[in-house]
Design a protein around this ligand. Structure first.
Ligand SMILES: C[S@@+](CC[C@H](N)C(=O)[O-])C[C@H]1O[C@@H](n2cnc3c(N)ncnc32)[C@H](O)[C@@H]1O
Length: 231
């Protein structure tokens, strides 16, 4: 998979892209992440990318010209233009099903906003998939893009050592259950003991216990996922 990130702050991705799982996946060529600076598509000596909003109001907006030119240039860098995502708090809220949908694409292009966001003609011109990572406001789309890259990368074949672990994670699989409690050594910590069933060696009982715990955790956290009418 190829992921393009269009941003005014490409340097924010240093470290993130090289670390741990993602760094290994890139070195193994399981995922290719390309950064493009939106400012490279701005005109004039000052390379201006933002301006005051018409009608007044606080802050600055990203002008449509540099953003649209940048997207169009990046889309032409590969055979397919890719699935275009604009990061915005007003977009559809990302969940694990949405991450799985993105992980099935061959190419994703993520456009990061800044300041007070985008001139609306960016959306009108490009008709992107508008995605929010939650109902709160970040200073820019870069952290949201990192969230998407991280969540998508771990679903790609070969990225996790054991692919079964992604299938068993919270919100994953057909049932979308939240994972129940897990334990490692020591058997007792500050008087808290690992449940006996996990030490029993009885795989059937362990599987049943884990499922019950996951149903309990889901009932507490996201009861809607237990609804028979869940979509
Ligand atoms: C300060 S925010 C702009 C907020 C905008 N004025 C509003 O009220 O919706 C700047 C940029 O951060 C990114 N951003 C902020 N919160 C986000 C979220 N929850 N999900 C995805 N992107 C977000 C977007 O790219 C946005 O254009």
């Amino acid at each position: 998979m190829r992921i393009d990130i269009l941003t005014l702050f490409p340097e924010m991705f240093t470290g993130f892209l090289d670390g741990s799982l993602l760094g290994e996946a890139r070195r193994a060529r399981l995922i290719d992440v390309c950064l493009t600076n939106i400012r490279d598509f701005a005109e004039g000596v000052h390379r201006q990318v933002d301006d005051r909003p018409y009608g007044g109001g606080p802050g600055m907006l990203l002008m449509p010209g540099p953003v649209v030119s940048c997207v169009e240039a990046v889309q032409q860098q590969a055979d397919a233009p890719g699935h275009l995502v604009m990061l915005t708090p007003g977009g559809r809220r990302l969940d694990q099903a949405g991450v799985e949908e993105l992980a099935r694409k061959q190419r994703i292009v993520l456009v990061c906003g800044r300041y007070e966001g985008f001139d609306d003609r960016v959306r009108e011109t490009l008709q992107p998939d508008e995605i929010s990572i939650g109902d709160y406001v970040l200073s820019g789309g870069e952290v949201a893009a990192m969230v998407i890259v991280d969540a998508v990368a771990r679903l790609l074949p070969g990225v996790l050592g054991d692919e079964e672990s992604a299938r068993q994670d919270s919100f994953s699989g057909a049932d979308r259950l939240v994972e129940g409690p897990q334990y490692t050594r020591p058997r007792e910590f500050r008087g808290l003991r690992v449940p006996d069933v996990l030490l029993s060696g009885d795989h059937g009982r362990i599987a049943t216990w884990r499922h019950e715990q996951a149903v309990d955790a889901t009932r507490r956290r996201v009861p809607a996922n237990l609804s028979p009418n869940r979509s």
